[in-house]
Design a protein around this ligand. Structure first.
Ligand code: MSP
Length: 642
């Protein structure tokens, strides 16, 4: 296979449980791995855990356990976390595995033999959080800006890697390969670092100080850990150097990292590889940080911590993945919160994608015996067809440039176009005219075919739900090669009769309401909440009410009920019966054809023996005048009122 793609995440420290930051980087890498797999690449995806070093040793001591058992436990938590989020890594590397340690020793030996590692006494300021010596310039108010702790003064005998020697070479490489580090801002940041001396890199610690590392092959009193250990995972996992995977994948490497470990990946790692006589990676992709919904760094005390695993339990892994990919700009910091996820979920997934699927399914079930009809395309279908087949060509370069949210938005725009097509073609109307049966079949076919293309393009972001879309339509799996042309959905395909709602609408969490009882208990003097007094509701409460445009197709008086009319309403994808108290103001014969606004998600109620499925809106001036609420201008039946 000629097209090869190798993507890695950072290997995560096992001194903390998996959190949203880890999930974000891993989901991003998984998206790319899946995208390339579907695009015909031999795609290999690596993640894992970083298990040596002082802070892990200290964390194990604190937990009163030996370091290896401690690492085993937390590393397992990471593996489990990735199963929860449907991460498709091909391998999971741990730095305490022998396969990794052996490669670290080999690389160390090579660099040592070439004279690029030397021993020296070093005195400097050391941050345990970063596990490296810092320079004075890196401090902010005397503290490490990433870990907000004062570094320690240290003097000890260390082995050093002659990193400075490779500075000019690295500068030239970055300048000659403008997309080596992306997005561009980070490339410039690195060039800034390289404009001055970068010094040499301390790569070892005396073993009597920190025993939890890999012994240096030439000096058993010293161990290496963290960067000279951890970075090598990217090649040790490939079976460096005689395994075919190393030969195949290493030249196509894309590292995904967060901005906090830029220097280690952009400066330490390429110079280490160069010194070892190895080719360097292709791209370093640098992500921004996820912040709390208030834009602040997440912290328990601020109550803005987002737990992706709890969210996945509540909304499913696909919703979490989609949200992280769609609501962040890669490379920039982004605010995240549960209510933001819910808004995104309701808008894109429940309303746009889920609704289209259920409407298309409902009509095919009702009018086509659940069998996908054969289309007879007309001029009016060409726009949708052209857009659908052009989609992969539009999405591919966006993903290539890591403009992931734009890529997903491009797909969602097509979903919205399909919804418009559905509304404009009004297949529920076509269904009423036997002569239009062919046209009805064509419109429904195009919706299904559009959904097929969408599902394949959405698969890297939402593997489970994307497949579910196709299962609900009776379709199998496809690759990107299968969506370059219209017509991959085979006429005659039988849809399953039953399908669950793909994305049931969900409610935003209501922290204020949960706090209300507590407030009341605080004492009688407290002013009542003004908003409660006025009967105000939150925007989320409002969004929970589904309002849709419906057309009255029939109206009749309800027997022995002077005030009530029984209305038959057409919503486009379904017909409803509604009993309404408007008989005083409207004659039944005046109503057919009128467009009204229906509260569509009201629980059905029995009125005079008739099941009423919703309520229609009317304006009442309190002085005996009442008028039905209608859209000011004509709009398709079924349109949402927002
Ligand atoms: N073990 C090192 C990496 C070695 S790679 C050879 C390490 N581990 S870590 O557990 O601290 O994970 C760091 C990575 O987690 C960051 O680079 C980033 O990808 C991710 N994130 C951690 N917190 C984050 C946010 N709040 N937001 C986004 N990602 C962040 O460093």
């Amino acid at each position: 296979m000629s097209k090869v793609f190798y993507v890695t995440t950072p290997i995560y420290y096992v001194n903390a449980e998996p959190h949203i930051g880890h999930a974000y980087t891993t989901v991003m890498a998984d998206f790319l791995a899946r995208f390339h797999r579907l695009d015909g690449y031999d795609s290999y995806f690596l993640t894992g855990t970083d298990e040596h070093g002082e802070k892990i040793y200290q964390a194990a001591e604190k937990a009163d356990t030996d370091p290896q058992s401690f690492c085993d436990r937390i590393s397992q938590r990471f593996s489990e976390a990735w199963r929860v989020l449907d991460i498709s890594n091909d391998d999971f590397i741990r730095t305490t595995e022998e396969r990794h340690k052996a490669v670290v020793r080999r690389v160390l030996e090579t660099v040592h033999a070439s004279g690029d590692i030397y021993y020296d006494e070093y005195a400097g300021i050391y941050c345990v959080g970063c596990e490296r010596f810092l320079t004075d310039k890196e401090l902010v108010d005397g503290k490490c800006p990433d870990h907000l702790i004062e570094p320690e003064n240290r003097r000890e005998g260390n082995y050093f890697f002659r990193m400075e020697k490779y500075r000019q070479w690295l500068r030239d490489h970055i300048r000659d390969n403008p997309s080596f580090i992306r997005p561009e801002g980070y490339k410039n940041e690195v060039l800034g670092m390289l404009a001055e001396s970068i010094g040499d890199l301390s790569i070892s610690r005396p073993k009597d100080r920190v025993p939890w590392g890999i012994e240096l092959p030439w000096d058993s009193d010293h161990v290496t850990y963290v960067w000279f250990d951890a970075l090598i995972n990217y090649i040790s996992a490939l079976g460096f150097s005689d395994d075919q995977r190393y030969t195949d994948y290493w030249p196509a490497t894309q590292h995904m990292i967060g901005k906090d470990i830029l220097k280690a990946h952009a400066v330490f790692w390429p110079t280490m590889l160069k010194a070892a006589g190895l080719p360097i990676y292709q791209h370093l992709n640098v992500g921004g940080f996820l912040m709390g919904h208030d834009g602040q760094k997440m912290s328990k005390s601020l109550g803005n911590v987002v737990d992706p695993f709890q969210l996945a339990e509540k909304f499913g892994p696909d919703a979490v993945r989609y949200y992280l990919l769609k609501d962040t700009v890669y490379g920039q910091d982004s605010s995240v919160g549960e209510h933001l996820l819910i808004d995104r979920y309701n808008a894109d997934l429940a309303n746009d994608l889920g609704n289209l699927l259920s409407r298309a399914r409902a009509l095919i079930g009702r009018h086509m015996d659940g069998v996908l009809p054969t289309p007879e395309q007309q001029a009016g279908d060409q726009e949708v067809i052209a857009e659908g087949t052009a989609l992969i060509g539009r999405v591919r370069p966006l993903v290539g440039e890591l403009r992931i949210f734009e890529a997903l938005e491009t797909v969602m725009q097509f979903v919205r176009m399909l919804n418009r097509y559905f509304n404009d073609e009004a297949p529920w109307k076509l269904a009423k005219d036997p002569e239009q049966h062919g046209r009805l079949g064509t419109v429904l076919y195009n919706c299904v075919e559009g959904l097929r293309i969408v599902s394949v393009l959405m698969e890297p972001a939402m593997p489970g739900k994307a497949r579910q879309v196709r299962i609900d339509l009776g379709l199998g799996d496809f690759t990107f090669a299968d969506i370059e042309e219209w017509g991959g959905a085979m006429p005659g395909t039988k849809m399953p009769a039953e399908a669950e709602i793909l994305f049931p609408k969900t409610e935003t969490e209501k922290p204020k309401q949960q706090q209300t009882p507590k407030k009341k208990k605080q004492g009688p003097k407290k002013e009542p909440d003004v908003r409660e007094e006025k009967g105000e509701i939150s925007i989320d409460d409002f969004f929970n009410v589904q309002l849709r445009v419906a057309q009255v197709t029939a109206a009749e008086k309800v027997e022995k009920a002077d005030k009530l009319l029984k209305l038959t309403l057409d919503l486009g994808d379904e017909i409803r019966t509604v009993v309404s108290g408007i008989a005083e103001w409207y004659q039944p014969e005046d109503l057919p054809g009128t467009k009204v606004v229906l509260v569509a998600n009201l629980k059905p109620a029995k009125l005079r023996g008739i099941i009423s499925e919703g309520m229609i809106l009317a304006a009442d001036d309190g002085q005996g005048n009442l008028t039905l609420v209608s859209p000011a201008q004509d709009i398709a039946i079924g349109a949402e009122v927002r």
